[in-house]
Ligand binder design. Structure first.
Ligand code: NAD
Ligand code: UDX
Length: 482
């Protein structure tokens, strides 16, 4: 019988870091070590400047670090000492070979499995936290069981425990999860391993919120959950195009439709398209799974979610180009926001899965010879330059992209402001002051449907928004009584 006293998490990223910080803070009786092959990242986790930004993460790490939370580059020792191992490495979309552009690349997961097989030394519970295709646990188990045959002191159980946290709210999602999902073999040993992991989460998650299933249901549920969420966004974005053409208002439609308790109000915010490290990757993962099972109609259905998202980005860029008289040559455009959503600085680029919609829209505008002045409250300048160079080439970026550290500087002499991220501070800006400093006619493109459009029109802006018919100022700047 095993009681979990030491946990190791392989992969000190967006998932591994916050998840382990919360486990350590909630389980003082368990020692948690987070390891990574990237020694620089480990150095940052041990410093005052953590490698990722999440509200409340700093406080929790500082409270637990050195007590029962450790960050280490010594993967082998940490694995040898732990009873339970989380695999929390990245699983990007494959950029080569079979399944290129769809299937997730499992090379990092496999390499961790091989490291565990080599240095385990005794019985271990191995937990897939990374998002993987259905049956990935079988591949991990196959590698581990080969080692077990050679060494009778070894024994392994592989569990699936996908993570549902969202970036920007990682800590609160982890502290108060809607549910924790644990899948495992439905054998006596499998159920015992599930019970061990349940007992870790039970330190702070009510038992009825911990769902246990077989391994394949758990793996599939993670893909399905993200596909359903992404599908809602693509659905409302498809509707947004109808609204722009007809005069229906997507905010009113989403609200009125979402009031039906069967539909629900969340995740119906029309936008310039979803970004982030998961939605596109995981939907493509599901598409590939369908294809490999010869389920073409199911694959096409889910592929539509990604297609609409790319169309929405292109459509928004085209709207900007069209409204600016079909030429952006030499025109200055102020982009407000670069992050794929507020409260995160994460716009990571993994080859084959460009993430923030800002990257795509910027690329289209740069192709039209626009000069982009980008302001984002959190994303570092070198990060933006690297992302854009990746898609548009560094020569073009050097000539046409300017990163500004305040929105007023970005908008000065610009022909348009383009809202890309729903940062709260964009609601509080002095738009009359911005307008006064801009070229005329001045346009504002609201990619997040977040501003008070009537107010902007009163100031003099031409306002174009996702999901709302364009509003133009009247020839005399003050609006009439009707
Ligand atoms: P990440 O890129 O932030 O971190 C992964 C880390 O794993 C990196 O630091 C990398 O150096 C390390 N790594 C890779 N191979 C390694 C190896 N062999 N040994 C040691 N370290 C290794 O990724 P992430 O965002 O934390 O995502 C991890 C997994 O969780 C992915 O499968 C992702 O789909 C899933 N997920 C992510 C989120 C999210 O919001 N980011 C949410 C839910 C699930
Ligand atoms: C997502 C899932 O929510 C999370 O459960 C999973 O574990 C990882 O992937 P994340 O990508 O961090 O999390 O952020 P999320 O809040 O889901 O937003 C993803 C993208 O969709 C963002 O670009 C966001 O702006 C966009 N979005 C979200 C919309 O455009 N409209 C909405 O109504 C909601």
């Amino acid at each position: 019988d095993m009681v979990v006293k030491k946990i190791v998490c392989v992969g000190a990223g967006y998932v591994g870091g916050p998840t382990c910080a919360v486990i350590a803070s909630q389980c003082p009786d368990i020692q948690v070590t987070v390891v990574d092959m990237n020694a620089e990242k480990i150095r940052q986790w041990n410093s005052d400047e953590l490698p990722i930004y999440e509200p409340d993460l700093d406080g929790i790490v500082k409270k637990c670090r050195g007590r029962n939370l450790f960050f280490s580059a010594d993967v082998v020792t940490a694995i040898r000492e732990a009873q339970l191992i989380f695999i929390s490495v990245n699983t990007p979309t494959k950029t080569y070979g079979l399944g290129e552009g769809r299937a997730p690349d499992l090379k990092y997961v496999e390499s961790v499995a091989r490291t565990i097989a080599e240095c385990a030394g005794g019985p271990k519970i191995v937990v897939e936290k990374s998002t993987v295709p259905v049956k990935a646990a079988q591949s991990i188990a196959q590698i581990l069981y080969a080692a077990q045959r050679d060494n009778p002191r070894l024994s392994f159980q592989v569990l699936s425990n996908p993570e549902f946290l969202a970036e920007g709210t990682a800590i609160s999602d982890l502290l108060k999860p809607d549910r924790v999902l644990i899948g495992g073999d439905q054998t006596a040993q499998g159920l015992a391993a599930i019970a061990e992991l349940v007992s870790v989460y039970e330190h702070w998650v009510p038992r009825e919120r911990i769902i246990t299933t077989n391994t394949w249901s758990s793996e599939l549920t993670k893909l399905v959950a993200n596909a359903l969420l992404a599908q809602r966004i693509s659905s409302i974005n498809a509707v947004s195009a109808i609204c722009e053409a007809t005069g229906a208002d997507v905010r009113e439609v989403a609200h009125a439709a979402g009031t039906d308790s069967r539909i629900g109000p969340k995740f119906l915010q029309a936008s310039v398209g979803f970004g982030g490290s998961c939605f596109q990757k995981d939907v493509l993962n599901l598409v590939y799974l369908c294809e490999s099972l010869n389920l073409k109609e199911a694959a096409d259905y889910w592929m539509g979610v990604v297609n609409i998202n790319n169309w929405q980005r292109r459509r928004f860029a085209d709207k900007i180009i069209c409204e600016m008289f079909n030429t952006l040559s030499e025109k200055r455009i102020a982009m407000f926001g670069f992050a794929f959503k507020k409260n995160t600085a994460d716009t990571r680029y993994e080859p084959g899965s460009r993430e923030s919609s800002s990257i795509y829209v910027a690329k289209h505008l740069l192709e039209e010879s626009a000069h982009l002045c980008i302001y984002d409250p959190k994303v570092p300048a070198d990060h933006m330059i690297a992302e854009l160079s990746n898609v548009s080439g560094s020569a073009r970026v050097a000539k046409q992209v300017f990163v500004c550290n305040d929105p007023y500087a970005a908008a000065k002499n610009a022909h348009a402001i383009v809202i890309m991220t729903e940062w709260d501070e964009f609601k509080e800006l002095d738009y009359a002051r911005l307008y006064a400093s801009m070229m005329k006619p001045a346009s504002l493109f609201d990619g997040r449907v977040m501003l008070d459009h009537n107010k902007l029109v009163d100031i003099g802006f031409y306002v174009h928004s996702i999901g709302v018919k364009c509003s133009r100022p009247q020839a005399h700047s003050v609006r009439g009584p009707n």
